[in-house]
Design a binder for this molecule. Structure first.
Ligand code: C5P
Length: 233
């Protein structure tokens, strides 16, 4: 079953607590990103976990293997359920993250790899000495990540069907850029509806503003979960 993850794009623990209270049992999984974690620290993770929710800690780790290993262990100590690393950190770094998670037994966070940031285009890749096209680079990095122990990748809804066939049925595929029909697209350029993302093979749908800024956030979340469930039957 695919899961809805609500992006907590706010800047304080107080705002997080308010949002989690307000969403109640309509949402059981939240994403904490670099901005919030830098502002509020590990206590914000503890605050969400204390309310019985799952946490996706999206820090996109990219460092030497030992440092990433230690950061994954710290995440596991906080009770984090999903964490991100950059696949471009290389084989040893990916493996260090996966091995660290594996040491944690039942508490093991799942490791997702980021392939190519959606903010990068061909000319940025050229600057970085990457001559293959972005789509080919995404595929190669996705394979590298999963071959070295990552549980899956983060990808756009436009890539998810292709990456499902490249990475096989067990890979976790986490997609932001999800918009219910008729919702404000905001700054997202390549969006899909929740139903389409699930049909294409997404296992985790990250949704922020369409829920957090809705007049009735609980109703917005429940509608998305219902749409996802209708596809899965
Ligand atoms: O508000 P919205 O639904 O667009 O939020 C999507 C979330 O997913 C944000 O936290 C954003 O930073 C994140 N994200 C994204 N696109 C990516 C990677 C992450 O929108 N390529």
């Amino acid at each position: 079953m695919s899961e809805l993850i609500v992006a907590l794009d706010v800047s304080s623990t107080a705002e997080v607590e308010e949002a989690v209270e307000r969403l109640g049992d309509a949402v059981s999984f939240y994403k904490i990103g670099l901005e919030l974690f830098s502002a509020a620290g590990p206590d914000v993770v503890r605050a969400v976990k204390a309310r019985g929710k799952k946490v996706f800690l999206d820090l996109k780790l990219h460092d030497i293997p030992r440092t990433v290993e230690r950061a994954v262990l710290s995440g596991a100590d906080l009770g984090v359920d999903l964490m991100t690393i950059h696949a471009s950190g290389g084989r040893a770094m990916i493996k260090a993250a996966a091995d660290a998670a594996a040491q944690c037994g039942e508490r093991a966070p799942k490791i997702l790899a980021v392939t190519v940031l959606t903010s990068l285009d061909q000319s940025d890749l050229d600057d970085l000495g990457v001559s293959r096209e972005p789509a080919a680079h995404v595929e190669a990095l996705g394979r590298l990540a999963c071959e070295n122990g990552a549980d899956g990748i983060v990808c756009s809804p436009m890539e998810v069907a292709r990456m499902r066939s490249v990475l096989g049925e067990d890979a976790l595929l986490c997609t932001p850029g999800v918009r219910p029909q008729g919702a404000d697209v905001g700054d997202q350029k390549r969006v899909a509806t929740p139903a389409q993302a699930v049909k294409d093979g997404s296992t985790h749908l990250v949704v922020g503003r369409p829920i957090m800024q809705a007049a009735d956030p609980q109703a917005a979340a429940r509608a998305i979960v219902a749409e996802m469930g209708a596809v899965e039957g």
